[in-house]
Design a protein around this ligand. Structure first.
Ligand code: AMP
Ligand code: FE
Ligand code: FE
Ligand code: ZN
Length: 285
């Protein structure tokens, strides 16, 4: 956990609407406690937490940027696309969430079957129940593995069972990054490439996705060193992308970066809002 004073803006965090540990209301209350005055709620493949977050935000004086993080892939590398200032109720976005979440549930069944075949006792029903109405993912599998005594922490469960080459790794159908950008734009929002090093080649990803309508690059990311962050900010400037950032908070102690643990330029929020306004104006004309 960082000991620096928290940043006033955090544009990347998760709630129980996906694989976070705090409810949307609990997350916003925690932001208030930490003095993080603006948060982007970016649950995986879901906006079901946004309404509660906005409601609780009103009570605590915390601004909520309605967001999402779509799991896309480039040649089997992660390309997570963040969407900001989206309409959380957009019918086209909800249509994408429906198949994405069905594909995730089906993947959990396969993951559990593969783990069972490897002699590890885990019941997919329990994993799905843990996710409840939220987007299910490997972190839920990890938590059941911990409960069953197979792992000591979420990262231990990932290392031993859930990453590529391990018995509990399974692929699922994913949207393309261009498809994700289009879906976000159709919902009136702007698209940002999350944790760009997950693609292994941020420059190549930006060269491909900037012409497809990418608006921003997540430069100030919790797990990145100051050098990596400034290199990414230079890349963003070169392509005219908005430099954003956030902690990717999933709950206290899940990752080393706490909520508000990354310094994010506050002007990024208004720049994203203005870009989203422009997209909606273009769509209306
Ligand atoms: P999934 O959406 O099912 O592919 O799971 C990806 C999610 O798992 C990410 O959003 C993180 O929350 C979490 N995750 C990925 N790798 C790790 C890791 N090594 N340790 C802990 N959590 C991880
Ligand atoms: Fe996650
Ligand atoms: Fe991500
Ligand atoms: Zn995330």
């Amino acid at each position: 956990m960082t000991t620096l004073a928290p940043s006033s803006v955090d544009l990347h965090c998760h709630s129980t609407a996906s694989d976070g540990l705090l409810s949307p209301a609990g997350l916003v209350a925690y932001a208030a406690e930490r003095g993080v005055m603006t948060i982007g709620l970016t649950d995986h493949d879901s906006t079901s937490g946004v309404a509660d977050a906005i409601e609780t935000g009103r009570q605590h004086g915390i601004k909520i940027v309605p967001g999402v993080e779509l799991s896309a892939e480039i040649a089997s590398l992660q390309a997570h696309i963040l969407g900001y200032f989206i309409d959380p109720d957009s019918a086209s976005l909800q249509g994408e969430f429906a198949w994405m979440n069905e594909s995730r549930r089906e993947r959990v069944e396969r993951i559990c079957a593969n783990l069972n075949a490897a002699g590890i006792t885990i019941d997919a029903t329990e994993v799905l129940a843990l996710a409840g109405n939220g987007t299910v993912g490997r972190p839920h599998v990890a938590r059941v593995l911990i409960a069953n005594g197979y792992a000591s922490s979420i990262s231990d469960a990932f290392d031993r069972f859930l990453t590529r080459g391990k018995p509990g790794y399974a692929l699922s159908e994913k949207i393309t990054p261009e498809g994700a950008i289009g879906a976000i734009n159709r919902a009136g929002g702007v698209a940002v490439l999350a944790h760009p090093w997950s693609t292994k080649n941020p420059r190549a990803a930006v060269e491909r996705l900037a012409p497809a309508g990418l608006t921003g690059l997540e430069c100030y990311y919790g797990e990145y060193t100051p050098d990596v962050r400034s290199d990414l900010a230079a890349l963003a400037a070169e392509f005219g992308l908005i430099a954003t950032g956030g902690s990717d908070f999933h709950g206290k102690g899940v990752k080393s970066t706490d909520l508000g643990g990354v310094v994010v330029p506050p002007e990024a929020v208004e720049a994203l809002r203005a870009a989203a306004d422009q997209i909606r104006t273009q769509a209306a004309s």
